[in-house]
Design a protein around this ligand. Structure first.
Ligand SMILES: *Cc1c(COP(=O)(O)O)cnc(C)c1O
Length: 391
């Protein structure tokens, strides 16, 4: 059996697969098992900001694996201490402590639990089109019906309001609201940037009503939008900040950062076996250092602005809107996006959907302008020719 046949036979079946087997990567390039080369704008769905086969991360992993991998948080550890210090030093103002975990959904789960614990309130206000993960708490904050409905009843006390609608948020936040949870740019929901007025308004509302502001930067963190964290575009100061995806150069890790409005957490109320393991901490330290030394945040801002403007110049009757922030860019089509993603793949460009109609680009931040130019030319061509709809 070949790779695809073996995987198909034994996999969970939960994922819609594309018919290629990716076996190698370097920077913003990927190769399939037949040796065909692609420009990667999937970027590990946001976990690949540093580019594939990053030597700094590989070297840190190798050295740490030879030193110590397992060290639960019942002990102190040198790599963990160094990472915590680093994370807090780059975080938006006001965040002083971090809980380390292993994924985005776990970071959200922790933030929701901490908010309930600290406010002694039960309700959470989340956003329409928001995405926060698949475990029961994070799923309760997630909007999309197809993820939620098969698993109901979910956690009670979650409301959803229209994103960027401050009046709706004002009406929803009460003296029973533990937290408001939102993304700075909605990712899975269609690459929709929040307005400064809405985001800062949400922060003010939370402070006035004794609720906590949870900002989910799992996808927007670590340079993706042209700031280290998207909150920093607006001077937004989350009470809780959820991180994962590119936090450790593609190695599984998550974190929930918090500040003085959360304060000290009682010992034993939450935890994780793998959380804060030295292997992930070493990878994360190497990843953050690499982002800083290679100026990937500025690169994301500059290349992102160029790419967005280039895509906005594409004339095609299929396009509804092109939007984005930094190297997080979406093209909303007037029809379903899948056949166009397939056509792009055939031309050697890998991109993501965001919902049914949005084509999403999350290239590694090490991508260069020449590669982005090829991507834009290819998109322009496929949006101006008939494509076959296999679905
Ligand atoms: C991907 C994502 C998550 C979930 O992260 P996992 O690591 O897949 O659990 C949560 N929030 C946002 C904004 C995401 O993009």
């Amino acid at each position: 059996m070949n790779i695809q046949e073996t995987e198909t036979l034994y996999t969970s079946g939960l994922y819609t697969k594309r018919p290629i087997a990716i076996v190698k990567g370097e920077g913003a390039r990927l190769w399939d098992a037949d040796g065909k080369e692609y420009i990667d704008c999937v970027g590990g769905q946001g976990a690949g900001n540093l580019g594939h086969a990053n030597k700094a991360v590989a070297e840190a992993l190798y050295q740490q694996a030879l030193t110590i991998i397992s060290c639960p948080e019942m002990f102190y550890n040198d790599r963990r201490a160094a990472l915590l210090e680093k994370l807090i030093s780059i975080a938006p103002a006001g965040l002083t402590h971090a809980y380390l975990c292993n994924s985005g959904t776990e970071a959200v789960e922790a933030a929701l639990k901490f908010a309930r614990l600290k406010t002694a309130r039960k309700e959470i206000v989340a956003m329409m089109r928001g995405f926060h993960g698949r475990t029961m708490g994070a799923l309760s904050a997630t909007w999309e019906k197809k993820y939620r409905e098969p698993f109901e009843p979910l956690i009670p006390g979650f409301k959803h309001v229209a994103y960027n609608d401050l009046a709706a948020l004002d009406a929803a936040v009460t003296d029973q609201t533990a937290a408001v949870i939102l993304e700075v740019v909605q990712g899975e929901g269609g690459v929709r940037p929040g307005t400064a007025e809405f985001l800062l308004g949400a922060q003010k509302l939370c402070q006035a009503r004794g609720a906590l502001l949870i900002v989910d930067e799992v996808q927007t963190g670590f340079g993706r939008t042209g700031q280290m964290f998207a909150s920093q575009h607006y001077g937004l100061q989350p009470d809780l900040l959820c991180l994962a995806k590119s936090i450790a150069g593609g190695v599984p890790m998550g974190a929930a950062l918090f500040g003085e409005r959360v304060g000290q957490l009682p010992s034993q109320v939450h935890g994780s076996t793998f959380g804060g393991n030295p292997l992930a901490c070493a990878a994360s330290l190497a990843a953050i250092t690499y982002i800083e030394e290679q100026h990937l945040v500025d690169r994301s801002a500059e290349l992102g602005a160029w790419f967005l403007a280039r895509l906005q110049r594409i004339k095609s009757p299929l396009i509804r809107e092109v939007r984005g922030l930094g190297l997080m860019v979406g093209i909303e089509l007037k029809q379903k996006v899948t056949p166009y993603l397939q056509a792009l793949m055939a031309q050697g460009v890998l991109a993501l959907p965001a919902g049914l109609t949005v084509m999403r680009f999350l290239p590694p931040l090490v991508i260069n302008q020449e590669q982005l130019s090829i991507v834009a030319d290819t998109v322009e061509a496929i949006l101006n020719q008939p494509v076959k709809d296999d679905n």
